[in-house]
Structures are given as C-alpha cells and as structure tokens.
Write a protein that binds this ligand. Structure first.
Ligand code: GDP
Length: 365
C-alpha cells in the first residue's frame, strides 16, 4: 500500500506528530495482516460517508479504510554526499510515495532550533537542497548513459536526452522536479526516473497551541503557504502537541475537545485526508448487513482490479459490479429503492470505479 514519509529537521515536532499518529492508530483487530514496523503508523481514514452508510444499513460491523505514514529519521546536512546516515535517509525517502515535511512555525525559547532561529523557509530549503542534489546525481548518471545513443540520433534517446537536460537545468536552479512544467508524455518519462523531488509533497506547519484557532495570523505559516504554492506542494497546519492529546481521545470526547478549541477537524485528520488526496487515492464502499466497509483504490482503475483489492478471487471470477454512487444511495434511502429508481447500475469489466461508489461485486468461484 502507498505510504507518506514524514521528514523534518531535529526539534521541529516530528516525533510528537508521529506519536499522535501511532496513538490514534487503527484498531489492530480489524487489520490482522497489517505490517508491524515501529516506523510505520497506520491510521484510519476519517470519512463522514462511512458513518452515514452505517446509519443507513445498521451493520454488525463498520470498518474504515487505513492509511500508512512512515517515520523517516535522520536528515542531516550533507545527506546527498552519501555519508552513512545520509545515504540511509535518502534510500528511505526513495521508498515512500509522498513526502510530508514537518516545519517548525512555533516559537518556544526553551526548545533549541538547529539553525538558531525559527525560519521555516530556511528549514524547507535545507532539506529540499539535499534531495535536489541527490536527484542531480541520478540525472547526471542517466545523462551520461543516454548521451552516446542520442548522438547517434536514436529517436527515443534524443527525447530522453532533451528531457533530462530540462530536468537538470531545473534542479541546477534549485527547483524540485514537481515545480517544473511537463507535457503528459514528458511526465510519464520523468516518473520513470523515480526522482525524490518529483514525489508529491505536503508541508505540515507546526504551530503553537495559541495559533491553532487562527493559523493565518502566523506570519511563518503564510510564508510556507506562498512557498508551497510555487512548487506545487500543499500545506496543512497542525499543533503537534495538541494532536498528541487529541489522539488519546475517542469519538465524543474528541468532538468536545475540538469544539473547545474552536476547530472542526483535527490537524491529524486533515493530514490524513490531504495525503490520501495527494496520492491520487479514492474510496469505494461495500455495504452489507454483516459489514459496512471502506476500501482504498488508486483512482483510474477498473472494476475487476477494484474487486481484487478485497480478494484476488473476486478479480479472477469477476462478473459484474452492482454500483450506486453514495449520493444516489443516500437520496434513495435504501439499496432496494436505488434499484427501483434505476440509480443502481450493473457495470462490467471496463467500468472505471469512482470515489464514493457503493459496490456489490458478483463473481464466480
Ligand atoms: P523532532 O526532533 O522533530 O522529532 O521534535 P520533537 O517532536 O521531539 O519536539 C521537540 C520539542 O518541541 C519537544 O519538546 C516538543 O514537546 C516540542 N514541541 C513539538 N511540537 C510542539 C508544538 O506544537 N508546540 C510547542 N510549544 N512545542 C512543541
């Protein structure tokens, strides 16, 4: 499954946030096959629609879908020069699908900042520069290999050579690859290079307890937002310390606590939802009496592959997917009525599954 890696300089609140993630952790009983890796935090994806479906169907069990965060320790200046920890740090980043960088926007004179002052843009650039340098190395190596073939005017090699040159120029101007403009075809090639700065990125601006209600009053947050907009990255605001407290609460308690703070959604819930979105993931539902459940799928896949997420037998023996959109089902009020008014469709193997579909798969065993 896809995962977002959490990175950050020392003392920015990374461990505090990761603690909140593991505290909030998904109920292990529901996910018996989940990997147990201390660096991975599995959280349930908050989804109002699942709760509403559950109210409608009244199943024995309701199971949310999950999302994984990976704690990536040990960013050090000079990581790209490949010394010890640095190498490890980069190889961990290579393995994640999106990068979530925690950035310190809170002031606290008792907590040292590695560079001596709270300056989120400087922090972001420190980390990004290491990733950019690592990418430059990858691109230069690749260029050397392609150059000869390009000189012989081999068509594909020429295209790749030109693209690599463009990427190289961008990196040399200290731009992450995700900030560069590409055609769809170019982007396909770029993705194949598995560059670190082409991964989708999200900044978690860690603010103080006092700033949670009105984070836009925090100048540093504003700066991070501007910076992110220029490089096609996203921003969420959290107070890691408060998230740690919230993660210990459940349902009603959590709602009351958020009410008291004057916010509607916890930073962690925003982080989960935005990471999910950033990775191009969608959710479909299965809704039977024994169990109403949310399933994660990468957007764009067809019905049989979506069935395969539940069980490989479902994919192999796929016949049809009886499908109704969440909105249509809620409007109809029951599956029976959705069938009567023609909103429930029988979809075949070429159907592209949509976010919010409620599906009943029919299959041969
Ligand atoms: P890491 O080195 O990035 O993992 O940082 P930690 O999570 O260990 O946090 C460093 C220090 O900052 C700890 O003393 C935390 O309690 C404190 N800290 C983290 N987040 C916040 C926050 O939102 N507000 C305040 N005031 N302190 C925080």
């Amino acid at each position: 499954s896809l995962t977002a890696g959490i990175v950050g300089l020392p003392n920015v609140g990374k461990s505090t946030l990761f603690n909140a993630i593991t505290q909030a952790g998904a109920e292990a009983a529901n996910y018996p096959f989940a990997t147990i890796d201390p660096n991975v935090g599995i959280v349930e994806v908050p989804d109002e629609r699942l709760n509403k479906l559950s109210e409608l169907v009244q199943p024995k069990k309701t199971i949310p879908t999950t999302f994984e965060f990976t704690d990536i320790a040990g960013i050090v200046k000079g990581a790209s020069k490949g010394e010890g920890l640095g190498n490890q740090f980069l190889s961990h980043i290579r393995q994640v699908d999106a990068i979530c960088q925690v950035v310190r926007c809170f002031r606290d004179d008792n907590i040292t900042h590695v560079s001596g002052k709270v300056d989120p843009l400087d922090d972001i650039e420190t980390i990004n520069l290491e990733l950019i340098l690592a990418d430059l190395e990858t691109v230069n190596k690749r260029l050397q290999r392609v150059e000869k073939m390009a000189r012989q005017k081999e068509k594909e090699a020429v295209a790749e050579y030109n693209l690599l040159t463009k990427v190289k120029e961008g990196l040399e101007a200290e731009k992450p690859v995700r900030a560069l403009e590409f055609s769809d075809d170019e982007w396909k090639l770029v993705k194949g290079l598995h560059l670190l700065t082409s991964k989708p990125a999200l900044y978690a601006a860690n603010v103080s307890e006092a700033d949670v209600q009105n984070p836009d009053a925090n100048e540093e947050v504003q700066k991070v937002k501007e910076y992110a907009a220029n490089e096609n990255a996203e921003v969420i605001v959290v107070c890691a310390k408060i998230e740690e407290e919230i993660a210990e609460l459940d349902g009603e308690e959590k709602e009351m606590f958020l009410n008291d703070l004057g916010i509607t959604e916890s930073g962690l819930d925003q982080l989960i939802k935005r990471s999910y979105h950033l990775l191009g993931l969608g959710t479909y539902f299965t809704a039977g009496e024994p169990e109403v459940r949310a399933w994660t799928f990468p957007k764009g896949i067809k019905a049989p592959q979506a069935a395969g997420i539940i069980h490989s037998d479902f994919e192999r023996g796929f016949i049809r997917a009886e499908t109704v959109s969440y909105d249509d089902l809620m409007e109809a009020g029951s599956m029976g009525k959705a069938r009567d008014n023609g909103r429930a469709r029988l979809e075949g193997k070429d159907y592209i599954v949509q976010d919010g579909d409620v599906i009943h798969f029919r299959f041969n065993v």
